[in-house]
Design a protein around this ligand. Structure first.
Ligand SMILES: *[C@@H]1O[C@H](CO)[C@@H](O)[C@H](O)[C@H]1NC(C)=O
Ligand SMILES: *[C@@H]1O[C@H](CO)[C@@H](O)[C@H](O)[C@H]1NC(C)=O
Length: 443
């Protein structure tokens, strides 16, 4: 029993000893490596050799592309690798320790900045994570970062637009002779990309751009990441275009409301107000540019113009159908265009023919029967019908009035018919324009 216990204790102790030796070796190695290390100097033995920095970017998430502010916000994983000639050691001489970790603030790091940054952090990579160093001096520095860059957003084709946002990474103080920036891949990695609800990621090519700045004689290399995006237009189609199309259909059907029902103008006005609200919502989410009008804006303005036209046309039609007294007959040209040509065109022949129907009028008072009655009355001056004359006069008067009324009614009917034909013509015209607007502006 004692032997077993002592063996157990011995093995535990020996493992602890070897572990602590490994740990001790790493601690000793680390302190010896950092003893004369100046992290603000480039880690090269010969001042003329550049530090080779390989950059790789993995896109994690598109946080926001704000059209109004023209800013682009993304979450990326930055991957930087370089050779530190001062952090090398012989692993077999240091207890087999072949990799060490340092906090990124303890060693030299390339000062990679986002050039077109607009956040208040100035686009620097703050030392947050640890770096791994191999015994050969290869340093790997992986760090997540949220960048906000300027991105000019073109809105002409909104909401069927594609956008390209560029992120430019480069060293702030080291020129190409001191820091050799290169790319691991000609495109950014998208293996950890989270799908975006608003944008479809089309591609992320990367390239190196070399530039000379007025400040310094040296050339500076910039790694340019281009994020190509395409907007998912479904949201706008469903929330703005679809209701707008329904309103447009209502606008066409509004001409079916009888002009004398009194509802019609109110109906068109309501549609107009609804559209103005939609336009407000749209323009509040877009930059206030004066140079371009987004496609969706053109669509709304065209729709508003159509509904405005419907309002105007409605006023004309209502005025036509209420040709209030003293009524005049329909002018000849109006009768010809409306009741002949347009009525035929819109298959309203019944109305065109109705125009020729002679309405039954009250029999003329100058009929032989009445005259006979009159003569008889004159002959029988002292007969039982002394007031026949009077009655006859009344009848004549009544008949004249009735005829006048009939004529007036006929005129009125003609105006009403003209209004009806005009209404139908307008309905077709507005319907056709609606179709044209939808086809030309929604593709
Ligand atoms: C590392 O050290 C061992 C033992 O001292 C030696 O044999 C080996 O050559 C060294 N390796 C390098 C690359 O210097
Ligand atoms: C810069 O880095 C690239 C890739 O690592 C390499 O091919 C090239 O030779 C380097 N240039 C210099 C001047 O060291």
């Amino acid at each position: 029993m004692k032997i077993v216990l002592s063996i157990f204790l011995l093995t535990t102790f020996s493992t602890w000893i070897t572990d602590s030796v490994g740990q001790n070796a790493a601690v000793a190695l680390k302190s010896s490596l950092l003893a004369n290390y100046d992290k603000s100097l480039r880690p090269v033995k010969l001042a003329s050799t550049p530090v080779n920095v390989a950059l790789d970017i993995s896109l994690r998430q598109i946080i926001e592309l704000a059209e109004k502010e023209q800013t682009f916000r993304i979450n990326v994983w930055m991957r930087l690798r370089w050779d530190d000639e001062l952090l090398t050691w012989n692993a077999s001489e240091h207890g087999g320790v072949d990799t060490l970790t340092f906090h990124s603030s303890e060693v030299w790091r390339p000062d990679i900045f986002l050039y077109n940054n607009i956040a208040e952090t100035y686009g620097a990579l703050p030392p947050i994570t640890d770096v791994t160093v191999t015994s050969a001096g290869r340093v790997s520095y992986y760090q997540p970062e949220i960048f906000t860059s300027a991105c000019p957003v073109g809105i002409e084709r909104f909401p069927f637009d594609r956008q390209e946002c560029q992120l430019e990474f480069g060293s702030w103080i080291y020129g190409d002779s001191k820091l050799n920036l290169s790319l691991v891949n000609p495109y950014a990695d998208r293996s950890v990309f989270t799908k975006n609800e608003e944008w479809i990621l089309k591609g992320m090519p990367m390239g190196i751009r070399v530039a000379v700045y007025p400040c310094c004689p040296e050339t500076f290399s910039t790694a340019v990441l281009t994020v190509q995006l395409e907007r998912r237009s479904f949201f706008y189609m469903f929330n703005m275009v679809l209701p707008c199309i329904i309103l447009m259909i209502l606008n066409v059907l509004g001409f079916y409301i009888p002009p004398d029902s009194g509802e019609r103008l109110g109906f068109f006005m309501t549609i107009l107000l609804a559209l103005v609200v939609f336009l407000q919502v749209l323009s509040s989410s877009l930059p206030k540019t004066a140079t371009t009008v987004p496609q969706l804006g053109e669509f709304f303005v065209a729709t508003i113009a159509l509904v405005g036209f419907s309002c105007l046309a409605s006023i004309v039609v209502i005025r036509l159908s209420y040709s209030s007294p003293p009524s005049r007959p329909l002018p000849r040209w109006l009768r010809l265009t409306l009741l002949h040509y347009l009525a035929r065109l819109f298959c309203m022949n019944t109305i065109a023919e109705e125009e020729h129907v002679v309405h039954p009028t009250i029999e003329n008072v100058d009929s032989p029967a009445v005259r006979d009655l009159e003569d008889e009355a004159v002959e029988q001056k002292y007969s039982i019908l002394p007031s026949l004359n009077e009655i006859s006069r009344h009848i004549r008067e009544f008949s004249r009035r009735a005829n006048e009324k009939q004529e007036e009614d006929n005129d009125q009917d003609e105006w009403k018919m003209a209004a009806l034909v005009l209404d139908r013509a307008l309905m077709f015209a507005v319907g056709f324009s609606t179709l044209v607007v939808c086809i030309t502006l929604l593709h």
